[in-house]
Design a protein around this ligand. Structure first.
Ligand code: UN1
Length: 494
């Protein structure tokens, strides 16, 4: 069943002035049309930003606990609509239902956490150096937030950005990925159903160049949160710098999982399969390198290949499937390109390396779970983010080499080590240069109430999730109250 979706701007559902729209089809079955979406441009962005700017005047004055109460209702509505959201998400993005339910649950968790933060937003009090004077700091909203999100977590990632922005008292202009606009529209519907005043949220559908760029360059957009590719992130950041906008970037990853010779191999096997092939490898946090101690290398590869070959790939709406398609033809093309690069570099293909064979795959962008061994740390295969079901296996002699290899990329998002040795576990926590480290778990599985983000070129130092994102979305106001009744001069009256 297809539907003509619209933008939501200044409290009204509306089409694009261009009069044009684009189709959104199921990557597992191209006959399945989810809907058509407006092709918007600068005109819609201008109206959306004006609407958010006007709404900010009142929204900033709503007490934060009351703003949080709306997010509590959002969580309740999302819970009631969880199954419906998961189904639409699987249809437009491809990942299996079990995962789209998880993605929705992450949004629900983020809503309830946001509701609770409305009652915190702590500032500080500190003693003054002068008598009869008090020093306080408050957290103030910033203004209009531009939120630009990717397609791999169509619900969770928008909620990570939009909910804290709103609880902090900002208003939002939201541009979702053009591969997953239906889930994003549902999120806006839910915010409105929960009682968010119109104008506080605006959604503008369209391409990155026609909608995303104008949002980031608009002088009335004060703060920008972006998750996506490193290339786009760098351009966005330098453009935003000209207007001194605050920007949070979540970009690439090349996450490694170390398996030591004292690790539980069966546990590590489950982790590697889930980390590498969950979401068809299309996570920022995907396990794209396994770094194996030489003593267990051959055995682990054998276990891994056997299981990877048996993974059930197909339409995610079928509950028995374990892996869906690549999100679109372009993404599958990237995977194919990297498989060729790996072969040319001399890595050994031991599983997959091709499109799925069989007529049931004809109408989708499917690709087989793929594993390369004999990968050396400097190969492009081991250095560049692929965003697909391709796992590289690297053999190392010992713990020190494992950490060196794991750290040897420009990225630093997620990481993991399987070991039963306490010393190795604690050294890994200290020495791995990543924003997230799992001990005896795969590289995926972040929770809504903990900071999420990476070191090095994964981002620009900000964190989503947890309490830290609430700092990102607020300005600090320092207030001095002098009740001495006379002019006291700091640094002068000594
Ligand atoms: C992402 O890959 O962009 O930890 C987000 C995880 C999820 C979120 C991933 N909870 O894999």
């Amino acid at each position: 069943m297809s539907r003509a979706y619209q933008n939501y701007i200044a409290g009204k559902w509306c089409d694009a002035e261009s009069g044009q729209s684009s189709e959104n089809r199921n990557p597992a079955d191209h006959d399945d049309l989810i809907g058509t979406f407006p092709k918007s441009d600068q005109r819609e962005v201008n109206r959306a930003v004006a609407s958010a700017k006007a709404a900010f005047k009142e929204w900033r004055l709503v007490p934060a606990p009351k703003r949080g109460d709306i997010l509590k209702t959002v969580g309740d509505v999302m819970t009631a609509r969880k199954e419906e959201i998961a189904k639409v998400m699987t249809r437009e993005m491809g990942k299996v239902l079990k995962e789209t339910r998880g993605d929705t649950q992450e949004g629900i968790d983020t809503a309830y956490y946001a509701a609770s933060e409305g009652r915190r937003l702590f500032g500080h009090t500190a003693p003054s150096e002068l008598p009869n004077k008090m020093n306080i700091s408050f957290r103030m909203p910033i203004g209009v937030a531009g939120v630009i999100t990717p397609w791999n977590f169509p619900m969770a990632i928008p909620t990570w950005k939009i909910f804290p922005a709103l609880v902090c008292g900002n208003t939002v202009v939201f541009k979702p990925a053009s591969d997953t606009p239906a889930t994003a529209t549902t999120l806006v519907e839910i915010l409105l159903e929960a009682g968010l005043p119109p104008g506080c949220i605006n959604i503008v559908h369209g391409s990155g160049s026609a909608v995303g760029t104008p949002i980031t360059q608009h002088p009335d957009v004060d703060v920008i949160s972006f998750t996506g590719s490193s290339d786009v992130g760098k351009t966005l950041y330098s453009n935003a710098a000209r207007q001194l906008k605050r920007v949070s970037l979540e970009l690439g990853g090349k996450n490694g999982m170390i398996v030591m010779d004292d690790g539980d191999l069966n546990l590590a096997l489950e982790g590697a399969l889930w980390g590498a092939f969950g979401t068809t490898g299309q996570r920022c946090t995907a396990t794209s390198r396994v770094i194996l101690h030489e003593k267990i290398h051959d055995k682990f590869v054998e276990m891994l290949v056997e299981r990877a070959r048996k993974l059930k790939v197909g339409n995610g709406l079928d509950e028995s499937m374990e892996m869906g398609p690549c999100v679109n033809e372009g993404q599958r093309g990237v995977v194919e390109e990297y498989v060729q690069i790996g072969k040319n570099e001399g890595a050994k293909l031991v599983a997959g390396g091709c499109r799925c064979a069989g007529s049931q795959y004809d109408k989708g962008t499917f690709y087989c779970p793929t594993i390369f061994t004999n990968v050396t740390p400097n190969m492009r295969l081991a250095q560049e983010e692929i965003f697909g079901p391709v796992l590289s296996v690297i053999k190392v002699r010992d713990f020190d080499e494992a950490i060196k290899v794991l750290n040897g990329t420009i990225y630093g998002l997620s990481s993991s080590i399987y070991t039963n040795d306490v010393t190795s576990a604690f050294r890994a926590m200290r020495d791995i240069e990543c924003g997230i480290t799992y001990i005896n778990g795969p590289t995926i599985g972040a929770e809504a109430h903990m900071p999420f983000g990476g070191f090095k070129q994964t981002g620009n130092g900000h964190r989503e999730g947890g309490w830290e994102v609430y700092e990102f979305y607020t300005e600090t106001k320092t207030v001095y109250v002098d009740f001495s009744g006379r002019l006291q001069k700091a640094q002068i009256d000594t």
